[in-house]
Structures are given as structure tokens and as C-alpha cells.
Design a protein around this ligand. Structure first.
Ligand code: GUN
Length: 300
């Protein structure tokens, strides 16, 4: 039977509407406008596009957007000074430094220079530790978006077998921690895992975040499993014409959508959730900074 298609695009649009309502309330009740600063170093085209989309959607929900486009040759010290300035700026409630950073910059030092209360990416070591120990924190946006889709579909995730394919700091590790917190039985699999297809076949929930186009095949997954595809890979599309490309996920959608119970498409699945969760995290950061009540059930 064909899998249910998990419509992340529609879910993200509803979340953005909710965020917009909360922004309007903060403004009318307190005269406060949540502000998000995005820092981009260099001119990587994909990163530029992400940053442009983040700034655009920040404005659309009524928040203040601060864009800092910095030269690719900026020194570490100067970049840290910029972060310090944003930490001190009371109009900035969230700070995001677009990754990857150029090789001459120590990304960990930069991330850990962000005030953890403004770290809307949830990458600061303090937020990572708090997530791992089940304490209130900023939760990384992509895994948070995946969890929201899973909770919407299943309600309670307790006892489910979850396999996270990929062990990055941005997705794999925080995703595993979030699913553990939901009482799933979690396996983190990666490129060195023995018999990957067999491990994946054990999953009630499979989250694929390996950055390899159409890597997960139909015979790797359990009948009726829920498949969350985090991958965004641009590949040649000879069928569309010479030099044409298309975006595919880490999951072979054509194969897996005939076996899975539910699956996220690419594009239109997890992707739109990331920025929507970033906006939600910025509202949360603004409320916490000002000791305002936090909106109920904005995120899970
Ligand atoms: N690069 C790719 N994904 C992300 C993300 O979620 N946050 C930041 N800061 N950089 C990224």
C-alpha cells in the first residue's frame, strides 16, 4: 500500500502562523519585538540561500531580522567580537551563525561564544549538555521539526524502535537524544555500522540524515515504518534535460514509499520545518529573556 505522505510544508506553514500570532501578542502586551540575528561568513551559494530564506521568513512573522554578511577572510578574533556585540544587543533574542564556517575559523569557539540563552540553534555546549541530561534548553531546529512531525503522526512514541541514520552534531546526535526522551529505543547507525540494512529493518521510525542521495532502499525498511528523510541533495536529472538537476533526499522515495506506512517527501517534508522551528525558538528565547510566560504548545 502507498505510504501516507507527511506534509511538512503545510505543518510548517501552520507553525509559522502560530509564531506570528505569538509575536503580535508580545508586541501588543509588552511592546517587545523578538529579534533574530543571522551571521554568514563567506559566499557559499547554498548558505546564502538559507540565510536569505531565514531573514525573509523572520520578517514575515513580524520579528526583527538582523543580517550580518561577513567577508570570508574575517579573522577569528573579529568574528568573536561581532558575536559579543550581538550578545550585548537587547534587541537581539536569537543568534544563528550559519555553518559550515571557513576552515581558518574554529567553529566550536564561535558557537560557544554565543550567549546560550540566545543560541536558537541549540549548538552551544551548554544547550547540548542540557538536552543530553533532559534539562530545559534550546533544541536544535531540524531534529525538533522531525520530532514535531512524529508526535503529530503518532502521538505517543513510547516504546517504539527508532533508528537514526547519521551522527552529526546538527541532526543525528540531538535527534537520538530527543527520541530517547520520548522513551523510544534508539539506535544510532552510521557509515561504519555493520549490516546497515538489517539495522534499519528493525526501525518503527527511521530518521535518515547521512547526506547521501537516495541511500536508503526499499528493502531496508520494515513494512509500515515511518520514514523521516532529512537529506537535501542536488543530483543530475538527465531525464529533465542536459545539465538539469533535482533535489532528492537520503531515502529512495520511489522504493520506500511503497513499503513505509508514512514518509516525508523531499522537498516539502522536513526542510520547511527547520526555519519554522528556528522562528519558534526565537519567540521562546525572547520570552525567557524577559521572564514573560512562554506560549503553550508552540513546540513539543
Ligand atoms: N547549516 C546547515 N544546517 C544548519 C543549521 O541548522 N544551523 C546552522 N547554523 N547552520 C546550518
Amino acid at each position: 500500500m502507498a505510504a501516507k505522505i507527511i506534509d511538512g510544508k503545510a505543518f510548517a506553514a501552520r507553525l509559522r502562523l502560530r509564531v506570528g500570532e505569538e509575536v503580535a501578542l508580545l508586541n501588543s502586551r509588552h511592546g517587545t519585538v523578538p529579534g533574530l540575528a543571522v551571521v554568514l561568513v563567506g559566499e557559499d551559494p547554498a548558505s546564502r540561500l538559507y540565510v536569505r530564506n531565514k531573514a525573509k521568513q523572520t520578517g514575515e512573522v513580524g520579528m526583527a531580522s538582523f543580517k550580518h554578511l561577513l567577508d570570508k577572510d574575517i579573522g577569528q578574533h573579529e568574528l568573536l567580537q561581532q558575536i559579543e556585540g550581538l550578545n550585548r544587543n537587547p534587541d537581539v533574542h536569537g543568534i544563528l551563525v550559519q555553518l559550515p564556517l571557513p576552515a581558518h575559523i574554529d567553529a566550536n569557539s564561535v558557537i560557544n561564544a554565543i550567549n546560550p540563552a540566545k543560541d536558537v540553534d541549540g549548538f552551544h555546549i551548554s544547550n547540548v549538555g542540557r538536552l543530553g541530561t533532559g534539562q530545559e534548553c534550546m533544541v536544535p531546529c531540524t531534529p525538533l521539526g522531525c520530532l514535531m512531525l512524529l508526535r503529530d503522526l503518532h502521538g505517543n512514541l513510547s516504546g517504539k524502535s527508532a533508528v537514526v541514520l547519521g551522527r552529526s552534531n546538527i541532526v543525528g546526535k540531538p535527534m537520538a537524544n530527543l527520541l530517547l526522551k520520548e522513551n523510544c529505543t534508539v539506535t544510532v547507525a552510521h557509515s561504519r555500522t555493520r549490516d546497515l540494512p538489517e539495522v534499519c529493518r528493525d526501525a518503527d521510525i527511521l530518521v535518515a540524515a547521512v547526506g547521501r542521495p537516495e541511500f536508503v532502499k526499499g528493502n531496508w525498511i520494515r513494512e509500515g515504518a515511518t520514514i523521516i528523510d532529512v537529506g537535501i541533495n542536488r543530483v543530475a536529472a538527465a531525464d529533465l534535460g542536459d545539465g538539469e538537476t533535482r533535489i532528492v533526499g537520503d531515502v529512495d522515495y520511489a522504493e520506500c514509499s511503497t513499503v513505509a506506512g508514512a514518509i516525508t517527501p523531499v522537498p516539502g517534508g522536513v526542510g520547511p520545518m527547520t526555519i519554522a522551528c528556528l522562528l519558534a525558538n526565537t519567540v521562546t528565547a525572547c520570552c525567557r529573556a524577559n521572564a514573560f510566560d512562554e506560549p503553550k504548545d508552540l513546540v513539543v
